[in-house]
Design a protein around this ligand. Structure first.
Ligand code: BTN
Length: 273
């Protein structure tokens, strides 16, 4: 049941005991700056199938010493219990599709978490996964290569899987799958399920070039939908009601005068009021 059934997603895995950041390592692999890692004592046993292309390569580590989050923040990634991973993708898509891929990943990880744990997880725009109002997963997508011919994407996913402890400043806002479930979850299974779910949603997205096929699924689990939100945009701060996303992944917010604001990924953060 744990065997990986994907065509390319996670078919080649680079495993490490410790890294600064799996996103940083994925970029080094891309540039040919590093050798394939072999993590001694690491017990993930997904199939490893050599392949020529780097498309779908998965970088995994037990611990990150410099894990990074969105908007320049740090990402706490201690040893044992977490899933710190990055997928390398070489999409046949224009550069401006990068922000949309982060929403594709959110749909995929949310589906994988629900399937493997049975927990009721939701998506907080653009790409946090939350359970009972607390964050269990964050996603950091980065693009490399400046032309449309040579676009490389790194999708970094951090899941608080079997984590028991959080630093003081995160206790109110973060949780783990094991804390919510009351028992440890099978990390191998969740990683394998994330690979297949990401491949499936990624292909739907790639075929279409926008989120029109995924919008419904995304909005079904969008925790902000229909709720009051406070938008902290570069132009200023305003209140409104989140009504959904558009095909490009922007959050649509209805303001007090029924005017519609289109909030582009990465530009703002949205908080419940
Ligand atoms: C966020 O919510 O701000 C995004 C967090 C992304 C964390 C993951 S963990 C694996 C990958 N490597 C990193 O340094 N960051 C991402």
């Amino acid at each position: 049941e744990e065997a990986l059934k994907t065509k390319y997603m996670g078919r080649k895995i680079f495993l490490y005991e410790q890294l600064d950041s799996t996103n940083a390592q994925a970029k080094r692999i891309l540039k040919g700056e590093t050798e394939e890692g072999t993590a001694k004592g690491y017990n993930i046993d997904l199939q490893m199938v050599p392949q020529d292309s780097l498309h779908g390569v998965l970088v995994l580590t037990e611990e990150q010493t410099a894990g990074r989050g969105r908007l320049g923040r740090d990402w706490s990634s201690p040893k044992r219990g977490g899933i710190w991973m990055s997928f390398l993708l070489k999409p046949s898509l224009p550069v401006n599709s990068c922000p949309m891929l982060t929403l594709v990943a959110a749909v995929a990880v949310n589906a994988a978490i629900r399937k493997v744990t049975g927990l009721e997880s939701f998506i907080k725009w653009p790409n946090d996964i939350v359970i009972n109002g607390k964050k269990v997963c964050g996603i950091l997508t980065e693009a490399m290569g400046l032309s449309n011919e040579e676009l490389n994407i790194v999708i970094g996913i951090g899941i608080n899987a079997n984590r028991k402890e959080f630093p003081e400043e995160l206790r109110q806002s973060a949780t783990s799958l094991s804390l919510e479930k009351g028992c440890n979850i099978n990390r191998n299974l969740l990683i394998a399920e994330t690979c297949s779910s990401l491949e499936r949603y990624y292909e739907e997205f790639e075929g279409q070039g926008d989120l029109s096929l995924l919008k419904e699924e995304y909005e079904k689990y969008l925790i902000n939908k229909g709720k009051q939100v406070r938008v902290l945009a570069t132009e200023g701060e305003y209140l409104g009601r989140a009504i959904g996303i558009n095909e490009q992944g922007a959050l649509m917010v209805e303001g007090v005068e029924k005017e519609i604001h289109t909030i582009v990924s990465g530009e703002v953060s949205v908080r419940g009021v």
